[in-house]
Design a protein around this ligand. Structure first.
Ligand SMILES: Cc1ncc(C[n+]2csc(CCOP(=O)(O)OP(=O)(O)O)c2C)c(N)n1
Ligand SMILES: [Mg+2]
Length: 514
């Protein structure tokens, strides 16, 4: 058995059975071995950032890593933006990056690059294989690293000769460490802070946004009066009817400051202390009040659900508590696109148990509160600010979740980074309704220009404008085998969305925004 075959057999033995790939010459033996070994589902992405975005969406839904296959330093480099998003989501990922044979490297052939350097920039774990007899063991260690809580990026660089040489040995799966428990002293100190009656807010992310985590957090809120919030970017959250209506901390700094104003105890649970997305002249970086105390109930790798449940019991909360009334009424709104009106319309349309993937930038700002009472669903979001995440993340989520409808909410400028994902959706017949917010502009950047204190001018207008020429999303989708339609009103959207939800396979709705 050669090294490549031993690596694939090892990955399968460790539970990794899905491979998102964009291969080249140095991966040919890996590809040939994929033909020989049964059981690995292989999906082609026509750009590495599609490959890595798919792997992110897959991991967030499957709770286990996919393996990516990329070509040398430049291929990995292309994939980095969405590895970055996955890293910020604590999504487990195993990257295999093929590279020059060990003995070929000194000759500095054209694709020679600092592959390890690129990998280190975005990975928690990096190893370069050096022998076909060891790559099986390297693969098992990579899966172990990826699955180590809260989920990590593991990159194994595979020189071509370690793949093609004989002597490969299949390695057994390696044990995965459990989530460490939160120390009792931490729990008691936070219980004391919550009992003080001073204004408190729990900021929830990671495991705390699961159904069990949210239910326990709601009990804590019920017993203590603490408020609940999610960070501005969430990796995955259980939402909809019957789940606690927890809103995000807003993106705009002044709005975030208002939400946190008056809070005395900020208690982070699997989350980071609330931080502005960017620095703006004269505005703070941290958005909690200067005199607030920040408590860490659980770090991302710790068992946040157990910690919240302990806290709820300690505070004497009943096992089941009523959910606050959101005041929402499900209503179909008519007229042109407007973020809140769109959200109200979407709330009544989301299919039961669907997965929403959001990279909607300015069109997505108001989506959360109006959709609290939608049918139960999971919501995944771009976590690292590297736009172009929606289409591929939705594709990977669909692959991981057969039988569940995926709704991809995608801003147009961001969508252009990874529109090749539509081709993968068509080829794999993925059940995704893609909604593109076609405002034909980098709208957010107009606001950011003013927010940093700069003035708009001819060049900024030119650089933020996408209307010359106008992107035709129907043709773009059609060219990649995905049916599409265009709508210009909320009622038109509702009709198109209902029709798209009632069929299977990928579909795209271009929402032309005036
Ligand atoms: C990888 C990456 N490149 C560039 C940016 C900078 N950037 C942030 S938002 C944005 C434009 C977003 O425009 P669009 O997706 O159309 O959303 P809209 O603002 O119109 O809602 C750009 C270029 C980024 N965040 N990430
Ligand atoms: Mg736009």
């Amino acid at each position: 058995m050669n090294g490549a075959e031993s690596l694939i057999r090892t990955l399968l033995a460790s539970g990794v059975d899905t491979c998102f790939a964009n291969p080249g010459t140095s991966e040919m033996h890996f590809v040939a071995a994929l033909d020989k070994v049964e059981g690995m589902r292989c999906i082609l992405g026509m750009a590495e950032t599609v490959v890595t975005g798919c792997a992110d969406g897959y991991a967030r839904m499957a709770g286990k890593p996919a393996v990516t296959l990329m070509h040398c330093g430049p291929g990995l480099g292309n994939g980095i933006a969405n590895i970055h998003n996955a890293r910020r989501a604590n999504a487990p990922m195993v990257n295999i990056v093929g590279d020059h044979a060990t003995y070929h490297r000194p000759f500095d052939a054209p694709l020679t690059a600092d592959t390890e350097g690129l990998a280190r920039a975005v990975s928690h774990w990096v190893r370069t294989g050096n022998s076909s007899t060891r790559v099986g063991a390297d693969g098992a260690a990579a899966v172990q690293a990826a699955l180590t809580p809260p989920g990590q990026i593991a990159t194994l660089i595979l020189p071509a000769d370690t793949a093609w040489n004989e002597g490969g040995e299949v390695a057994a799966p390696m044990p995965v460490p459990a989530r460490p428990a939160v120390a009792p002293e931490t729990l008691s100190a936070i219980a004391r802070a919550l009992r003080s009656g001073e204004p408190a807010m729990l900021v929830l992310s990671g495991q705390a946004l699961s159904e069990a985590g949210l239910a326990a957090a709601q009990r804590v809120a019920h017993a203590s009066g603490a408020k609940l919030r999610a960070p501005t970017q969430i990796p995955r959250m259980a939402r909809g009817r019957g789940r606690p209506p927890v809103d995000r901390i807003p993106y705009v700094v002044d709005s975030a400051l208002k939400v946190l104003a008056g809070t005395r105890h900020v208690i982070v649970v699997g989350a980071k202390p609330p931080t502005a997305f960017f620095a703006y002249p004269g505005k703070p970086s941290l958005t909690s009040p200067a005199d607030a105390v920040t408590h860490v109930l659980a770090r991302p790798e710790q068992d946040a659900v157990a910690a919240l449940e302990w806290l709820a019991d300690e505070l004497g909360a009943p096992k089941r508590v009523p959910l606050p009334d959101t005041g929402n009424r499900l209503e179909l709104v008519r007229g042109p696109f407007e973020p809140e009106a769109f959200a109200k319309t979407l709330a009544g349309l989301l299919p039961e148990n669907c997965i929403v993937v959001e990279d909607a930038v300015t069109s997505g700002r108001a989506l959360f509160a109006p959709t609290f009472d939608a049918a139960p669903h999971d919501w995944l979001q771009i976590t690292g600010g590297a736009i172009g995440h929606g289409f591929p993340c939705a594709s990977g989520a669909a692959l991981a979740s057969p039988g569940r409808k995926v709704v991809c909410l995608q801003a147009d400028g961001a969508g252009m980074y990874t529109l090749q994902s539509l081709w993968t959706q068509a080829r794999e017949k993925l059940d995704v309704v893609n909604v593109v917010f076609a405002n034909r502009i980098y709208k957010i950047l107009h606001g950011e220009l003013l927010a940093v204190g700069a003035q708009p001018g001819r060049v900024s207008n030119e650089l933020f404008d996408l209307a010359r020429p106008t992107l035709d999303w129907i043709k773009l989708a059609d060219g990649m085998g995905v049916e599409a339609t265009r709508v210009e009103t909320l009622e038109g959207f509702a009709d198109a969305f209902k029709a798209a939800s009632g069929r299977r396979g990928p579909f795209l709705i271009e929402f032309r925004i005036a």
